[in-house]
Design a protein around this ligand. Structure first.
Ligand SMILES: [Fe+2]
Length: 265
């Protein structure tokens, strides 16, 4: 199956030191902050070999006081994901879509059909929060309608219960990719992994935009914020932004010119 991370840069930097010092860290949490990281094929959709192969992370984010929760990137076994939410006695109040790729929101991928937001809406009525530049792409891939979407501008903030979530527009992998900053965690979709970043050689990708997203937009995220990526492409499942900046080769280029030599076509 085609991975979502960069290949070219991985080859170019094959001699970089291994990613040794990243530990699995829990997010900085307040008592009322509800946060779960679920791995496809392991924590849900356990009988789906594609889910296991793709190693997608789905996130549940909520407010334990009001019992409201959102799901980030529901795909594969959406009934399983809702069951986990139900078991935790949390009520679904929305879906956040990091980007339109089928392994994050459902749809067709290389001859396979992946469950996602459309099937979830059949089970539980809610809104899907997308960046404006991703709205048409999400509709096309998942066949949801305008009325199913809540369309956002860069920098919008939403609330789950009384907990604010900032929506950071981080184009590059796709035009309307977004990351979610909440309570000392950064849920990054396919924009940034512990090692590498999302591919910039796909339709709709933009290597220069990715440089800006990683080196400018995400540079404002504090070092002690914990990065939670959209796939498990490393041994560890999370790392602080400080450690990630130190170890991830995507932070090595000092200029857009150097970046484009690594990631440009
Ligand atoms: Fe992707």
């Amino acid at each position: 199956m085609m991975p979502c991370s960069q290949n070219k840069a991985t080859r170019l930097l094959a001699n970089q030191p291994p990613f040794l010092r990243v530990g699995t860290l829990t997010a900085m949490t307040s008592d009322r902050f509800y946060f779960r990281q679920l791995l496809s094929g392991r924590d849900f959709a356990t009988d789906d070999s594609m889910a296991a192969q793709m190693a997608n992370f789905v996130y549940l984010i909520g407010d334990r006081t009001t019992r409201d929760a959102v799901i980030v990137d529901p795909a594969y076994g959406v009934a399983d994901i809702l069951e986990i939410l139900d078991r935790d006695d949390m009520n679904l109040s929305g879906v956040l879509a990091s980007h339109y790729h089928s392994d994050h929101v459902g749809g067709s991928m290389m001859g396979h059909t992946i469950e996602g937001v459309r099937e979830l809406l059949d089970l539980r009525g809610t809104k899907i929060h997308v960046q404006a530049e991703e709205a048409e792409l999400v509709k096309k891939v998942t066949e949801v309608s305008d009325g199913d979407l809540h369309v956002h501008d860069p920098g919008d903030q939403i609330f789950v219960g009384e907990i604010p979530i900032s929506l950071l527009h981080t184009p590059g992998h796709t035009p309307g990719s977004q990351c979610f900053l909440v309570e000392g965690t950064l849920v990054a979709g396919d924009t940034l992994f512990l090692e590498g970043c999302g591919r910039t050689d796909l339709p709709g990708s933009d290597a220069a935009a990715m440089y800006h997203s990683i080196h400018h937009t995400l540079s404002k995220v504090p070092d002690d914020t914990v990065l939670f990526p959209g796939h498990r492409y490393s041994f560890h499942s999370s790392a602080t932004m400080g450690m990630t900046r130190e170890m991830n080769y995507v932070f090595k280029p000092d200029s857009e010119e150097q970046w484009m030599m690594m990631f440009g076509q």
